[in-house]
Ligand binder design. Structure first.
Ligand code: NAD
Length: 639
């Protein structure tokens, strides 16, 4: 058999290729992988001579078509898989996880490759209550709104894969798997952190109370499950894969410490990370009963899997040590920058390290043209929303006027979320069916739209019709978010300002940082002016202080669970002369400062490293991408 495996320079794909080469030495394996920062060719080193490796993006149609020539089956692992990174690069997640999957399906179909297996995750189902025995099964509905962009994009991909199956009748299967562990997992993930810290005598960090539950499966069992699905899975079917091994993080850490023969006091609790779902657990009855799958490592002999993993990390230090610090490329359309990712082993958190910032050519807004400047849309996402809407029966049956109105709202960044909500809405409310949308009401566009009333005609089980309204809140100044304010003096940006409050966790300190605003309109502009005056003492009505640049930093889909909104971020640049200086503290030792802090722009990397606030990190990355600054890595951080 000839297989094309996508994303096999990553953790699970690499383990799958090792498994396959070992079990079916006569088969031919071709790998396609873009070697993003998560891909590591070293993961394939032991088998590299036995496979054909093609470095390419799964969206590159001609390379994909070339790689697919003559293959019997495609096994699709490639994905952007790191939740925290989705804030920097939201469009990349859609590009790879959603569009990339469709590209592969279309090219496979064109070439007459019938067998396609798509790898997905249990995160598409959301989270389970902590104190329950509930488990996900194939019957569990997808979470209406997964709270991170990774899960959202995987759910969207799954939906498209199933649609593609219905359209083409190709032999397509999907598997949704729980948390994997085993060799070649990046050292920032939980089990590798525990073992690598044990090896180096560093205390083991547990995020939050450590009661978060994951259902742990060894990669070799995952590989074996995919093998069985490929051989015996029924077309169009989804299989959930998990080893009946739901355990909380405290259990894992204590068990590993004891297997390593270390003192339990080496474990310490550190502040939680954002979006730390409470519990995932999988009911794998279907794959066990229908395909005869049996994991080698399950609940009963989990110690063996852990011991084997500890040994692997002990014996393969040359593999993981270089990964404690590596370069990441952050890209946005045609611009890209690089930063170093390092792991803070004491807190178990990944940090993005930027070097000193240097002022570059400034962006100046054309006067009287603010509105135009602020109309922007995430094209990829917009397309998905329109496509989803068009697939809904109620939408098809609504009048052209209503459709035009929804499309217009989808074009406006401040109301895009509304159209997105509609597009992901179930076609039923309880047992009532939505028949069509008949009325939409909101404030006139020029005032900014913060709430929208919508009326559907619905039909109950008996066939009685009635009208049902629902009201959705849009974004607005009430989001509580702050602006990222850049302070420019004598033509040079010297500081940025933020307000510290006990709000967002950032390791040992807490502060309140940059946030998002909807499209600029009169009330938002007033709000900005009021905030500058109240918070920073900057009165832009005065002649010697001017606010003449407001830079859109793009839309952000936060993984932080702070809000359901996906706001646009804006940086406000205020110019003032030397004699006017806000009455605030310089933030060199910001741990000691309260309230408004002015932070020297040249020291940004320090604050970025200490912060895990999604909005702020996204704002800083976008600031660089927008061309106001270039992030230069300092000499000692170069490769
Ligand atoms: P990973 O991040 O370690 O590997 C992803 C690989 O895909 C990397 O080698 C990367 O270079 C490659 N890639 C990314 N974008 C690409 C593109 N545009 N074109 C070509 N290659 C690209 O991820 P992983 O943890 O091995 O996950 C693999 C798959 O399994 C993913 O689809 C993920 O959603 C799924 N999954 C993972 C887990 C888990 O516990 N890690 C659990 C369930 C499902």
């Amino acid at each position: 058999m000839k297989l094309l495996v996508t994303g096999a320079a990553g953790f699970i794909g690499a383990n799958f290729v090792h498994y396959w080469v070992d079990k079916y030495p006569k088969d031919e394996i071709r790998v396609i992988d873009a070697l993003t920062y998560a891909g590591n060719i070293e993961n394939l080193a032991p088998v590299i001579k036995k496979i054909d490796f093609i470095e390419a993006d799964i969206n590159d149609r001609s390379k994909v078509a070339g790689a697919m020539k003559g293959v019997d089956a495609v096994i699709h692992f490639a994905a952007e898989s790191h939740v925290d990174r989705s804030v920097f690069d939201p469009s990349r997640y859609w590009q790879t996880n959603v569009h990339g999957t469709v590209t592969l399906l279309e090219e496979a179909h064109k070439l007459g490759i019938n067998r396609f297996h798509h790898i997905s995750t249990d995160e598409v189902y959301g989270e389970l209550p902590l104190l329950s025995d509930e488990k996900f099964s194939e019957k569990t509905p997808y979470a209406p709104r997964p709270d991170n962009l990774y899960a959202l994009s995987k759910a969207e991909a799954d939906k498209l894969v199933l649609e593609f199956y219905k359209k083409t009748d190709m032999y397509i299967t999907i598997s949704n798997c729980s948390n994997n562990y085993g060799p070649y997992q990046f050292p920032e993930k939980f089990i590798p952190i525990v073992v690598t810290n044990l090896i180096d005598g560093i205390q083991i960090p547990i995020h939050g109370d450590g009661r978060n539950v994951r259902d742990w499966i060894h990669t070799k069992d995952h590989a074996n499950a995919i093998d069985l699905i490929l051989q015996k899975g029924k077309k169009g079917e989804t299989y959930l894969v998990g080893s009946n091994n739901d355990r909380d993080n405290n259990y894992i850490a204590e068990k590993m410490v004891s297997l390593y023969g270390e003192d339990p006091n080496t474990i310490r609790h550190v502040p939680d990370r954002h979006s730390n779902d409470r519990r995932y657990a999988i009911d794998a009855t279907k794959i066990i009963q229908e395909l005869g799958w049996k994991p080698e490592v399950d609940r009963d002999n989990f110690d063996d899997g852990l011991k084997e993993t500890i040994d692997w990390y002990r014996d393969n230090q040359d593999w993981w040590r270089p990964l404690l610090k590596r370069r990441a490329v952050i890209s946005d359309e045609n611009k890209s920058v690089s930063a170093f990712i390092t792991l803070n082993r004491e807190t178990g958190k990944t940090k993005f390290i930027f070097g000193k910032l240097e002022a570059k050519e400034k962006i100046t807004l054309p006067k009287n043209d603010l509105k135009e400047h602020f109309v922007e849309a995430n094209i990829v996402r917009h397309e998905m929303v329109i496509k989803n809407l068009e697939s809904k029966k109620w939408y098809q049956d609504s009048s052209d006027e209503i459709k035009d109105e929804i499309k217009a709202l989808a074009m406006n960044p401040s109301t895009f979320g509304y159209a997105e909500d509609l597009s992901s809405h179930e076609e039923k409310i309880g047992k009532d069916t939505l028949l069509k949308l008949i009325k939409i009401e909101h404030a006139p566009n020029e005032y900014g739209i913060y709430g929208i009333g919508t009326w559907f005609v619905v039909e109950n089980e008996k066939g009685d019709k009635r009208s049902e309204g629902y009201y959705s809140w849009g974004w607005g100044p009430k989001s509580g978010a702050k602006l990222l304010v850049l302070v420019r003096r004598n033509g040079e940006i010297t500081h940025f300002a933020f307000q510290r409050e006990g709000k967002f966790p950032t390791g040992s300190i807490e502060y309140n940082l940059a946030g998002g605003f909807p499209k600029l309109n009169e009330s938002v502009l007033n709000f900005i002016l009021r905030s500058l005056k109240k918070d920073l003492g900057l009165d832009v009505q005065k002649e010697n202080i001017t606010l003449n640049e407001i830079v859109s930093l793009g839309r952000v889909a936060p993984d932080s669970g702070m809000t359901n909104n996906h706001p646009n971020l804006y940086a406000v640049i205020v110019d003032f002369e030397d004699d006017v200086y806000p009455d605030v503290t310089e933030g060199v030792k910001f741990e000691e400062n309260e309230g408004i802090v002015l932070w020297p722009i040249s020291e940004t990397s320090e604050i970025v490293s200490k912060c895990d606030d999604a909005y702020f990190l996204a704002a800083m990355a976008r600031l660089d991408l927008s061309g106001i600054y270039t992030i230069n890595l300092t000499e000692d951080r170069k490769d």
